[in-house]
Design a protein around this ligand. Sequence first.
Ligand code: HEC
Ligand code: HEC
Length: 330
Amino acid sequence: MNTPNPHANGTSGKRRDPLLLNKIAGGILSAGLVFWIATHAAGIISGKDAPKKPVIATAAVATAPAGGGVPSIDGLIVKADVSKGASFVAQQCAACHSVNSGGANGVGPNLYGVMNDKMFAKAGYDFSSAAKAKASGVWTYQKMNEWLDDPQKDVPGTRMGYTGIKNDQVRADTIAYLRTLSSNPIPLPKPGAGGATVTAAAAPAGLSSGAPSIKPLLASAVVAKGESFFQQQCSACHSINSGGANGVGPNLYGVVGSPMFAKAGYSFSGAVKKAAHGKWTPHKLNEWLYNPMKDIPGTHMAYPGIKNNQVRADVVAYLNAQSASPAPLK
Ligand code: HEC
Ligand code: HEC
């Protein structure tokens, strides 16, 4: 054999990392494996490549007909924990679905705005004929509940290769989070007796740059505009009156000038406790509110951030004003 074997030790005569080729091969293999799983998992589980009719037929007969037997979890959705839903989706769904506004379709369709949107109709995504045949109207809470409980049972033959979320509370958290993937989230299921709930705008967008300074904007910020933005986007998770209760997020009265992530009686995530340093200044709030999930990865604040500089300035000015002794903003 005269052909130089690149795998043989030292035949190249150059001092290379002896493991380099292995590393490259390993990298290619694992990339291939991930791709294979992504492209085949759906097929296998839905029965595209494997046992066809019998399995599906049995499953469909053995249990209630598509969608039928899943009890409503509206009561749980009203009180669901959106931040848990967000991290569950990040773990279990993100490999196949993007959730940001305008995000690309992947193995599955982008999920921004899915609640109350037409079923299986996301533009630019090629749904299975099984899903298209099952589509009727828009995604309601109950339809989403049935789908996520067991996609294959709900829509036999779907390409969504996911077994379903069997735990009612986790399913409720997930749906409550899906609801927030909208610039104008639909109302929660029923009036339901209280319970802290949810409203956010979008989802982890993973933007790459830091927050632009709002210094020049603070002087002319409009507190009243900050207030109405806060009412729309933040008040579902935060009270801000003096002595107000902590909810999904901590009460925010007097937050400017207070120690970061230290509100009494509120249990902060380990991530923010680790990142806390000193007190909240307008500058630190600017960074936090621009993209909380990027500013402190692992935070429980499931909120994509305020990208408009003037709006961020208005909100910071409003937060600053909610205090017994607001500091002058400069
Ligand atoms: C292995 C990939 C995969 C995983 C994991 C996955 N999905 Fe899907 N999902 C799909 C595919 C593929 C479709 C399209 C179904 C079809 O065409 O039959 C889909 C469709 C959907 C739809 C319908 C969207 C629309 O526009 O009507 C929703 C909602 C959904 N998935 C939510 C979820 C959630 C929530 C999770 C995590 C709990 C999840 N999916 C996990 C692949 C996946
Ligand atoms: C979906 C719920 C949710 C929404 C919406 C939300 N937050 Fe939060 N916020 C939280 C949670 C949860 C925390 C605690 C973070 C942690 O423990 O990781 C938090 C923490 C904070 C903190 C730190 C408070 C402290 O005591 O140090 C500030 C400031 C804040 N949020 C402001 C806002 C503003 C302003 C908005 C609207 C633009 C907003 N939040 C929207 C859930 C939310």
